[in-house]
Design a protein around this ligand. Structure first.
Ligand code: SF4
Length: 207
C-alpha cells in the first residue's frame, strides 16, 4: 500500500471515529461558535460531506504535529481537549474544543494558549477576527491569561499576542443552536463544503 493511500485510510478512520460525536445534536464545537451557524445544521444532516482529504489539510496536520513534538520538551502540552456543559432553554449542550498548545503554571493552572493557523500566505487583516474570537473562547474556558495566534506560511512565521477579553459563550451558543448567523462572514460560503446544497449560500452572480 502506498503512503498516500495509508494516510487517506488513517484520516478516514479518524473521521469515522468522530462521526457519532459530530452528528450528536447536543455537541457544539468551539469552531462552530465562530463560523456560519448553518454549517452545524448541514453537518448534522450531511456529515459525510465534511470529509476532506487535501494537501493543504495534510500540511496543516503536519505543522501542528511537528510544532507539538518540537515544543513538548519545553513544557508545552499539545492537542488538549476541553469540554464544558451548558443548559440553554432547558436543553443540555456540550461545548467541545481542542487547544493546539497549552502551558501551565507551577500550580497546574493553564497560563498560556497558542492557536496555530496554517495557510499559503499570511491573511490580510491578520490576525483574523474569528481566530481572535476562538482564542479568546479558549482563554475564557481555561482561565489562561496569555494567548497567541501563530500563523505559519511557506515564508512567514508570525505570532500575534491577543489580550484576554470576556466572551459571552452562552450568547454565541444561542446564535449557533438557533442558526442566527448564516453565514457569519460573507466570504465563508466560497470555501464551504456545503455550498452547492445550501439555501443560504452567498456565492455571487458568477459562482
Ligand atoms: S454555504 Fe454559506 S450559508 Fe451555507 S452553510 Fe456554508 S457558509 Fe453557511
Amino acid at each position: 500500500m502506498g503512503i498516500v493511500s495509508e494516510l487517506y485510510k488513517a484520516k478516514q478512520r479518524d473521521f469515522s471515529e468522530r462521526l457519532r460525536e459530530m452528528t450528536d445534536p447536543r455537541v457544539v464545537y468551539v469552531t462552530d461558535l465562530v463560523s456560519c451557524s448553518y454549517k452545524r445544521v448541514m453537518r448534522l444532516q450531511f456529515p459525510l460531506l465534511s470529509f476532506r482529504f487535501e494537501p493543504s489539510l495534510v500540511l496543516g496536520d503536519l505543522v501542528h504535529a511537528g510544532l507539538g513534538s518540537l515544543l513538548a520538551s519545553r513544557g508545552w502540552e499539545t492537542e488538549v481537549p476541553i469540554e464544558r456543559k451548558y443548559i440553554i432553554d432547558g436543553e443540555e449542550y456540550i461545548l467541545k474544543g481542542r487547544i493546539d498548545l497549552l502551558k501551565r503554571n507551577d500550580d497546574g493552572k493553564p497560563h498560556t494558549i497558542v492557536e496555530i493557523k496554517t495557510s499559503r500566505e499570511l491573511p490580510e487583516n491578520s490576525p483574523r477576527e474569528h481566530h481572535i474570537m476562538q482564542l479568546r473562547i479558549y482563554m475564557e474556558l481555561t482561565g489562561a491569561k496569555r494567548g497567541y495566534l501563530l500563523y505559519v506560511t511557506p515564508d512567514r512565521l508570525v505570532e500575534f499576542e491577543v489580550e484576554p477579553s470576556s466572551v459571552d459563550v452562552e450568547a454565541l451558543l444561542r446564535e449557533t443552536i438557533y442558526n442566527l448567523r448564516a453565514p457569519r462572514y460573507d466570504w465563508e460560503c466560497r470555501y464551504c463544503s456545503y455550498r452547492k446544497i445550501c439555501p443560504f449560500a452567498r456565492l455571487g452572480r458568477h459562482s
